[in-house]
Design a protein around this ligand. Structure first.
Ligand SMILES: NC(=O)c1ccc[n+]([C@@H]2O[C@H](COP(=O)([O-])OP(=O)(O)OC[C@H]3O[C@@H](n4cnc5c(N)ncnc54)[C@H](OP(=O)(O)O)[C@@H]3O)[C@@H](O)[C@H]2O)c1
Length: 265
C-alpha cells in the first residue's frame, strides 16, 4: 500500500487528506493519505522516512524546512526557496512547488492581465511572483514591512513597503497576506486599497472558505474576483500527479478532488 501525508502546524483544518483520498479511491489505487501534525520542521525528513511515505505535502510553517532538507530540488522550487510537495524517488526525496502552477491555473479565466500588484511578501507571494514573472507579466510587490523584500529586489521585482509605495494602476491585485485569515483586517489601508481597486479589473485572495474583508471590498468595487479554493484544488491535483509520475489525466483527478469541497463546506 502507498502512504502519503500532509505535514503542517496546525494541520487539523487541512482538506488535503479528503481531496487525495477521494482521488486514490476513485482511481482504485491501494493507498491512503493522512495528516501529520509536526511541531519541529527540522524533523520533516526523519518523520517522512519513519512513516515510510511515498509522498507528502507541506503546509505552513514548514515549506522552507522541506526546501532545505530534501535530497533534490525541482528547478522551479529551487528558484522560489519553498517546497510544498515531497516525492520519494528510489532512495531520494525530491522537492517540488505546486502552489505556483496551481495559482496560475486558478487565474486562467482572467483575461488580458499585464500588470499585477501582490500584497504581502511571504512564501506564497514569492511562488506567485515567480510564476507570473516567468509568464512575462509585470509584477510589483507591496508589503507591510521591509524585512522580507530583499528576495524580491534580488529577483528584479519592483517592491515597496507601506511607506515607500505610491498608487498606480494594476490589472490584478492579489492578497497573499494572512490579514483576514483569523481576523477581519484588510491587508493595507482601506483608502489606498479602494483607490487601487477602482483602477483594477481583477482581485484574487489566497485565503479560501472565507469572505475576507479584501474580497468584500473587491465585490464593492465591482471587480471580478476569486478566493483560494481553486488554487488549493489545483496544487493538490498537480501534487497527486507528481506522486504517480504524471500518469493520470489532470481533468479526471480534478473531478475527483472537487468532491472534497462539497463534503467540507
Ligand atoms: N489557497 C491556497 O492553496 C494557499 C496556498 C498557500 C498559502 N495560502 C495562504 O496564504 C497565506 C500566506 O501564507 P504564507 O505562507 O505566504 O505566509 P507567510 O510566509 O507567513 O507571509 C505572511 C505575509 O503576510 C503579511 N501579513 C501578515 N499579517 C498581516 C497584516 N495584519 N497586515 C498586513 N500584512 C500582514 C506579512 O507581512 P510582514 O512581512 O510585514 O510580517 C507577510 O508578508 C495564508 O493565509 C495561507 O493560508 C493559501
Amino acid at each position: 500500500m502507498k502512504l502519503f501525508s500532509i505535514f503542517g502546524n496546525p494541520v487539523s483544518h487541512s482538506i488535503s487528506p479528503i481531496m487525495h483520498n477521494l482521488a486514490l479511491n476513485a482511481l482504485h489505487i491501494n493507498g491512503c493519505y493522512i495528516k501529520t501534525q509536526l511541531e519541529d520542521g527540522s524533523k520533516i525528513i526523519d518523520k517522512f522516512n519513519a512513516l515510510k511515505l511515498n509522498g507528502a505535502n507541506v503546509t505552513v510553517p514548514h515549506k522552507e524546512f522541506a526546501y532545505e532538507l530534501c535530497d533534490e530540488l525541482d528547478e522551479f522550487a529551487k528558484d522560489i526557496g519553498a517546497v510544498n510537495t515531497l516525492v520519494k524517488k528510489g532512495n531520494k526525496i525530491v522537492g517540488y512547488n505546486t502552489d505556483a502552477p496551481g495559482f496560475y491555473k486558478a487565474i486562467s479565466s482572467f483575461e488580458k492581465i499585464k500588470s499585477v500588484l501582490i500584497l504581502g511578501a511571504g512564501g506564497t507571494a514569492k511562488a506567485i511572483a515567480s510564476i507570473l514573472q516567468k509568464n512575462a507579466l509585470h509584477v510589483e510587490v507591496l508589503n507591510r514591512s521591509e524585512k522580507r523584500l530583499d528576495w524580491f529586489y534580488k529577483n528584479n521585482f519592483a517592491a515597496y513597503n507601506w511607506d515607500t509605495f505610491k498608487i498606480k494602476n494594476y490589472d490584478l491585485i492579489i492578497n497573499t497576506t494572512s490579514a483576514g485569515l483569523r481576523d477581519n483586517l484588510l491587508p493595507i489601508d482601506e483608502l489606498i486599497l479602494n483607490q487601487l481597486m477602482k483602477e483594477s479589473r481583477y482581485a484574487f485572495e489566497v485565503i479560501y472558505n472565507k469572505t475576507t474583508p479584501f474580497l468584500k471590498l473587491a465585490t464593492k468595487n465591482g471587480l471580478t474576483h476569486k478566493d483560494g479554493s481553486d488554487m488549493l484544488l489545483y496544487q493538490g491535483v498537480l501534487a497527486f500527479n507528481l506522486f504517480f509520475e504524471n500518469k493520470f489525466d489532470e481533468k479526471e483527478i480534478t473531478t475527483h478532488m472537487k468532491g472534497a469541497f462539497d463534503l467540507r463546506y
